[in-house]
Design a protein around this ligand. Structure first.
Ligand code: C2E
Ligand code: CA
Ligand code: CA
Length: 511
């Protein structure tokens, strides 16, 4: 069976109506001409037939009018049907975005204060991917039904995206609707039975309390969507729209455009923070990125790195950092340069090719570099990530596990992955001398790492006392403001000059 789009149906009916009308016009015209000719010629033999001809003319006109009306009715019905189809989601039979906005528009004239709720079904995509479209559709229908029955006749539920439902509910009580938000979350989290077993989808929810007498329905929905993405960004399940979200969103978009430009213009800079061994000798530097913004001041990487990744610039940013770190490394050939690499880069099948290209471009050797990765990446590592890590090591790069202790902190999985070094997070260093267990945690990490042949470096070392305690507990490598802050290329060369002189002087004095 072939299905025709609403537009095709409309075109067909409209064409048919046009044919009928053209025919009607032609017949009426012809009848009129005959009638006038007969009257003008006043043929006596035809005089008695005039009333019959008149009656015939009236009858044919009426017939034509009826035909025309039938055509017009069919056209109107098709138009209504097509418009209905255009406003409905074929899977759930719920209104789609257009239908939802229209329903909100009607609501504005009766009870304009509403809560517009955007519900993003978080793991629905997985269900479609793993269990197929039939199962995904089933789950979606079940979740829609739950919402419809929870809402009763007091609002409208719609499907406004592949994995997104929405509803509005007339109410002026924010507390009541906060409860509704919570209840929706619970309803969406309850498992759904499918032929492949039970699946639980879960949802992120954005609620917007809108007054439709002042806010356009489409805008009210946009604000609910924004609240939903704010909830996701904050790692929560539920968020409410307020004007500051709009402000934050605008800033984010502005920054995204400016970051794209900064990358293209080569405005981003690398700074390098020294790392020392147990003798206090600098053995390496960590390359850290900086964005000196012309009007907003220095923007920290904790802000622009995630922004770049969300904007699809993760790989470009990573390539930029590597390009500059490889180029600068020739200035300090005896130091290992540690480069932060994001999960997005390692998930890319083209990562190794990029690395090889850059090694060639700068004529540098992998043995001079270390890539810093985070724990989370290892836990969720797929075949591409593991393959890329193994290839990096085969090429001669070293791998360090960054921010150790902030994630799942399981030393047991270290042996399973190709890791050369762990970097103990600052949150374990700061409590040294303050919290009793702090030193024993460092001792445990150092002992276990030593046992499996993995080096250990402590990050965020800010005092002499911390450095001494770390060494006493077996952690010999350190990085932090006490050792040296991150510095630009020129400063770091100066720094090495001074350090070398001091070391030489100390050696001379000792001799
Ligand atoms: P990270 O890799 O853990 O880098 C260490 C951060 O700690 C740096 O912050 C550094 O300036 C700061 N730090 C160093 N010593 C001390 C100290 O003694 N005390 C304190 N309180 N902080 C110290 P920064 O440069 O702001 O970088 C923040 C994060 O941004 C980095 O954390 C890293 O995750 C990310 N990042 C920086 N550059 C890059 C890059 O090129 N690529 C990627 N993917 N991420 C980067
Ligand atoms: Ca790092
Ligand atoms: Ca770190």
């Amino acid at each position: 069976m072939t299905t025709r789009s609403p537009d095709a149906l409309l075109r067909n009916v409209a064409g048919h109506t046009m044919d009928v009308l053209t025919l009607a016009a032609l017949v009426t015209l012809a009848s009129l001409v005959i009638f006038l000719v007969l009257q003008a010629s006043a043929i006596p033999t035809l005089a008695p037939s005039m009333p019959t001809i008149n009656a015939g003319l009236i009858a044919s006109t009426l017939l034509l009018l009826r035909q025309w009306k039938k055509g017009r009715d069919a056209e109107l019905a098709a138009r209504a049907g097509a418009s209905h189809l255009r406003r409905r989601d074929p899977v759930t039979q719920l209104p789609n975005t257009e239908g939802f906005v229209e329903a909100l528009g009607h609501q504005a004239s009766t009870q304009p204060r509403v809560a517009v709720v955007c519900i993003s079904l978080e793991r629905l995509r997985d269900v479609y991917d793993r269990l197929g479209a039939g199962c995904g559709d089933e789950v979606l229908r079940e979740l829609s039904l739950r919402l419809c029955s929870a809402l009763g006749h007091t609002g409208t539920v719609a499907r406004i995206g592949d994995n997104t439902l929405a509803l509005f509910h007339p109410s002026s009580s924010e507390i009541k609707l906060a409860l509704v938000g919570g209840q929706i979350g619970k309803l969406m989290a309850l498992p759904v039975a499918t032929p492949a077993g039970e699946v639980a989808v879960g949802a992120t929810i954005g609620v917007n309390f809108a007054d439709l007498s002042v806010t356009d329905p489409r805008e009210a929905l946009r604000q609910a969507r924004l609240a939903c993405s704010a909830a996701r960004t904050a790692g929560g399940d539920l968020a409410f729209f307020d004007a500051s979200l709009d402000e934050a969103q605008r800033l984010k978009l502005d920054l995204e455009i400016e970051l794209r430009q900064a990358l293209a213009d080569g405005v981003l800079r690398m700074v390098y923070q020294p790392q020392i061994d147990e003798r206090g000798v600098t053995i390496g530097v960590e390359a850290l990125m900086r964005w000196p913004h012309s009007t907003r001041g220095a923007i920290p990487p904790s802000l622009f790195v995630p922004l770049a990744e969300a904007a699809g610039l993760g790989e470009a940013l990573g390539r930029y950092a590597m390009d500059h770190a490889f180029a600068d490394s020739v200035l300090w050939p005896n130091l290992k340069v540690a480069i932060n690499v994001s999960p997005i880069q390692l998930q890319s099948p083209g990562f190794i090719t990029t690395v090889r290209d850059l090694l060639k471009k700068h004529d540098v050797k992998p043995q001079g570099f270390e890539f810093e990765i985070t724990e989370g990446l290892l836990l969720e590592a797929g075949t591409t990530v593991l393959g890329n890590l193994e290839q990096l090591r085969k090429l001669g790069f070293q791998i360090a596990l960054d921010d150790f202790g902030t994630g799942y902190s399981s030393l047991s999985y270290l042996g399973q992955f190709p890791i050369d070094k762990i970097k103990i997070d600052r949150s374990f260093v700061t409590p040294l001398g303050v919290r009793e267990d702090a030193a024993s945690i460092i001792r445990a990490i150092s002992d276990l790492s030593g046992a499996i042949g993995v080096k250990v470096l402590a990050e965020g070392v800010e005092t002499r006392a911390q450095l001494d305690m770390l060494r006493a507990e077996g952690c010999n490598q350190a990085q932090g403001y006490f050792v040296a802050p991150p510095m630009a290329r020129a400063q770091i060369l100066q720094h090495f000059g001074q350090v070398e002189t001091t070391v030489r002087e100390r050696r001379l004095r000792a001799a």
